[in-house]
Design a protein around this ligand. Structure first.
Ligand SMILES: NC(=O)C1=CN([C@@H]2O[C@H](COP(=O)(O)OP(=O)(O)OC[C@H]3O[C@@H](n4cnc5c(N)ncnc54)[C@H](OP(=O)(O)O)[C@@H]3O)[C@@H](O)[C@H]2O)C=CC1
Ligand SMILES: CC(=O)[C@H](N)C(=O)O
Length: 262
């Protein structure tokens, strides 16, 4: 039997990351769980070890700390058993742009965007050389909705979508599958961090449903998986319109409408 690759999951102590851990363990993959809260990861790991028999390493790291992040990058570079990276760790902050503290925004961008780049960069050369493996990046439909009023969070998620599409373009031909997952509101603790009582919201997806759907997209090797979007042709139309505009940018002269003031 082919040995299944180990999966490194960031933000695996709770929520979407913990559910990915459960699902990959049940599929027979060994795991490396990364987050700050060791007690939670230990509880999850001991249950999953017992129920599934897979090997699970706990890797305590605050991904906003350079030295911790560097240790995770080294693990991804050096541990040839890891063939799948789930770039899931992320958070949200409450308030409007005018209310948010710029240092909080900076930390948000670091965790939700920069960390994903660094971890993908750590594992990608090894996967490309092997001609195999996968990188799953958790974005959000908020990255498509500037009108949502969650500007910096949404910008990080738009970044993650672009990053994933770009990486799929670059790494796909080398045998590396890259998936962007765009959940909408899902019942996890992130809403507490955003200062929102999730119980007051409608249309909230349960985390198990979200991850199971995301894994259907993963198994189909979809580049972009949007579990809450029922009419897939809407995404195809949006992405198709984006692709259609590309050929219209190559002009040395500004457009006629900008050639006279006002
Ligand atoms: N829930 C939702 O409605 C949606 C969520 N998403 C995205 O899904 C991803 C997972 O979120 P979700 O499960 O909802 O959120 P949770 O708040 O439930 O979980 C976040 C996870 O990230 C970890 N984490 C947070 N900060 C750090 C840090 N500095 N270093 C390391 N790990 C950290 C947390 O662990 P610990 O505290 O132990 O470090 C936890 O395991 C995020 O990227 C989020 O943006 C996207 C769309 C919708
Ligand atoms: C806090 C949020 O906005 C949520 N995680 C989302 O991405 O929908």
């Amino acid at each position: 039997m082919t040995q299944r690759p180990a999966v490194l999951i960031t933000g695996a102590s709770t929520g979407i990351g913990a559910t990915y851990a459960e699902r990959f363990a049940r599929r027979g993959h060994d795991l490396v769980l990364v987050a700050r809260n060791v007690a939670r990861m230990e509880t999850l790991a001991s249950r999953l070890r017992q129920e599934t028999g897979v090997a699970i390493d706990i890797f305590q790291a605050d991904l906003t700390q350079t030295s911790d992040l560097a240790r995770v990058e080294s693990r991804l570079r050096d541990d040839a058993r890891i063939g799948i990276l789930v770039n899931n760790a992320g958070t949200a902050i409450g308030g409007s742009f005018l209310e948010q503290d710029v240092d909080d925004m900076t930390r948000l961008v670091a965790l939700n965007a920069t960390v994903l780049v660094r971890l993908a960069s750590a594992i990608a050369p090894r996967l490309a050389a092997a001609g195999d493996g996968a990188i799953v990046n958790i974005s959000s439909v908020v990255g498509l909705i500037p009108e949502f009023g969650s500007t910096v969070y949404g910008a990080t998620k738009a970044f993650v979508l672009f990053l994933s599409q770009g990486l799929a373009h670059e790494l796909g031909p080398k045998g590396v599958y890259v998936q962007a997952v765009l959940p909408a509101a899902t019942r996890t603790e992130i809403w507490d961090h955003a200062g929102v009582d999730v119980n007051t919201m409608g249309n909230v997806m349960e985390v198990a449903d979200l991850v199971d759907a995301a894994l259907v997209g993963f198994d189909r090797r979809e580049p972009v998986t949007i579990p809450p979007l029922h009419d897939a042709s809407q995404w195809d139309a949006l992405d198709g319109a984006r692709k259609a505009i590309i050929g219209s940018f190559g002009n040395a002269q500004p457009a006629e409408r900008y050639r006279s003031p006002v």
